[in-house]
Write a protein that binds this ligand. Structure first.
Ligand code: GRF
Length: 215
């Protein structure tokens, strides 16, 4: 069984979706640890309640990004992870960190990348007037919110949507696609090869999920 380490900075609902999938027998992984850069991340409490080892490494205690990333990598590596899962981890990672975990570092982003990298994705989608919005799981590369796409889910932008109603609709899909992506990795069906995603999905799987409202 593969070891995963989950990195969070806040609420941790994607982490919870992964724990729930594991508990339901749908995700054959060992969640070796949950690590936060914020001591007050509510997700740490949730993870501890689920009996998972938790750590926090406060980025504010380090002179710079490289020093923090080195301490973070040291903490992560004691768990020998096959996969490091960024789940709302709100830090830009140094190139050294990213290359250390090449092919075993994934992220979830609340937009259909390459649209809307960075913050405030839902408000920006509303401001642009796009009709389709969504979320993306991707392998992490040095460019922020960029990298080979593993799976995406699309949701409609509805008349009258607010930032929070749209965010809620996207989050529901995040909680579907992140466990799916990690499951593919756990089952040795997902790989990064020459910068491209190689996915041996069976016919029941799709790397594109369309929410019922779009269909
Ligand atoms: C999610 O929208 C995720 O896509 C983004 O940050 C948010 C984290 O939410 N990277 P949570 O902490 O998983 O609830």
């Amino acid at each position: 069984m593969k070891n995963i380490v989950i990195l969070i900075s806040g609420r941790g609902s994607n982490m919870e979706a992964l724990i729930a999938a594991r508990d339901a027998g749908n995700l054959p992984v060992r969640i070796a640890a949950v690590i936060s850069n914020r001591p007050d991340a509510p997700g740490l409490e949730t993870a501890a309640r689920a009996g998972i080892v938790t750590h926090f490494i406060n980025h504010k205690g380090f002179a710079g990004r490289e020093a923090f990333d080195a301490a973070l990598a040291e903490c992560i590596d004691q768990f020998s992870p096959d996969l490091v899962v960024l789940a709302g981890f709100m830090r830009i990672l140094s190139d050294g960190f990213v290359s250390h975990y090449a092919g075993r570092l994934i992220n979830i982003h609340p937009s259909l990348l390459p649209a809307f990298p960075g913050l405030h994705t839902h408000q920006r989608a509303l401001d642009e007037g796009v009709r389709i919005h969504g979320c993306t799981v991707h392998f992490v590369t040095p460019a922020l919110d960029h990298g080979p796409v593993i799976i995406q889910a699309a949701v409609p932008v509805l008349d009258g949507d607010s930032e929070s109603s749209l965010a809620a609709r996207v989050l529901e899909q995040e909680h579907r696609i992140y466990p799916q992506a990690v499951r593919w990795f756990a089952e040795d069906r997902l790989q990064l090869a020459n910068g491209r995603v190689r996915l041996a999905a069976d016919t029941a799987d799709s790397a594109v999920l369309i929410s019922p409202e779009v269909r």
